[in-house]
Ligand binder design. Structure first.
Ligand code: GDP
Ligand code: CA
Length: 322
């Protein structure tokens, strides 16, 4: 099977870890292959007059090697002097830290947007500074923001996630602005012309689900001639890191590798998947998934370093060729 054009749908931190491992694999074993990453933009927001794009930034910083590994988000060597001033003026969200280096990115981005550039062109210009080794595309150029429906009203996804730590029960998610959105330039074409499409082990609801919800993207994934392979973000009934189980619960999907595969669905029955990788802890699910029309295999899915993650990506490419 050809693997020259690899497309990955991805969220932020989990997506970035996966793409780094995939990039390491490609550099070592598939030097002629290209990687296009379609990133979630549902977490984007205006804050203190600036457009902030958390998942695109997690991807850009991690691929550039300037991310804070310890903290898990933002820039390494960060300071927060500007944020302290903003808080003193009562501007922004006190619980949403904007580091000084990070603010440089947000100011640059907002300035380009105000000059009239679409987000996709802004991402291209910002990421030209770093040798990312992948083509990074926002899912859409329009402002489509994920809001969480709770018993106390609706709030922006980042407010629910960061301020309430997803503790306020979510009743559902709304993509504000989605009816006016289209896939960003290059996204549908990349999926159509791909040799393989991978769904990163990202949040199935507010990362991958949001990307697939942009008009034209789910259709492109369903229509591509390339195999579509997903990797489970859940291992042994746990979300590994973070609070994604709260998102799954809100849409009535169990925190379970097979349940997520069935939520995505087989392409042969209205879904988006040809294949699904589960961790060895979930090997018991393989047979039933195959019976449901989803090629499945159990391999280690812990993204402990680029080598381990590269091996996951290699397993996904093998499953695509099966
Ligand atoms: P976010 O946008 O920063 O929340 O990041 P993503 O949506 O891209 O990815 C978050 C998801 O990655 C989490 O919900 C976890 O389920 C998953 N994840 C994190 N670490 C690992 C890992 O080592 N292995 C697997 N299989 N999934 C992981
Ligand atoms: Ca995110």
């Amino acid at each position: 099977m050809a693997t020259d054009r690899i497309v990955v749908l991805a969220g932020g931190v989990g997506g970035a870890k996966f793409v780094r491992g995939l990039r390491a694999l490609v550099r070592r074993d598939l030097p002629s292959a290209s990687i296009t990453v379609v990133a979630n933009t549902g977490d984007d927001l205006w804050l203190a007059g600036l457009r902030v794009t958390p998942d695109l930034d997690s991807l850009m910083y991690a691929l550039a090697g300037v991310n804070d590994e310890q903290r898990g988000w933002g820039r390494a060597g960060e300071t927060e002097r500007v944020s302290a001033e903003l808080t003193a003026y009562g501007v922004g969200w006190p619980w949403f830290t904007l580091g000084d280096l990070d603010l440089g990115t947000h100011i640059a981005r907002s300035s380009m947007l105000r000059d009239g550039l679409p987000l996709s062109a802004v991402v291209e210009r910002l990421s030209a500074r770093w040798p990312l080794g992948v083509r990074l595309l926002p899912a859409t150029d329009q402002e489509v923001e994920t809001h969480v429906v709770t018993d106390e009203g609706e709030l922006h996804f980042e407010e629910w996630w960061v301020r309430t730590r997803a503790a306020l029960p979510a009743r559902g998610f709304v993509q504000h602005g989605v009816e006016h959105a289209t896939a960003a330039p290059g996204v549908a074409e990349a999926i159509r012309d791909a040799d393989v499409v991978l769904l990163a082990p990202s949040n199935p609801v507010v990362s991958i689900g949001t990307v697939l919800g942009i008009p034209g993207i789910r259709e492109a994934v369903r229509a591509t001639a390339a195999p579509v392979i997903g990797l489970s973000p859940v291992i042994g009934g746990s979300v590994v890191r973070g609070m994604a189980d709260a998102c799954l619960a809100a849409i009535g999907v169990a925190t379970d590798a097979a349940a997520i595969a069935r939520h995505y669905g087989a392409r042969s029955t209205e879904g988006v998947l040809d294949g699904w990788l589960v961790d060895e802890a979930d090997a018991g699910a393989v047979e039933a998934l195959e019976a449901d029309g989803i090629r499945a295999e159990a391999v280690p899915l812990w993204m402990t370093d680029d080598d381990a993650t590269g091996a996951m990506a290699a397993a996904a490419l093998r499953l695509a060729g099966r």
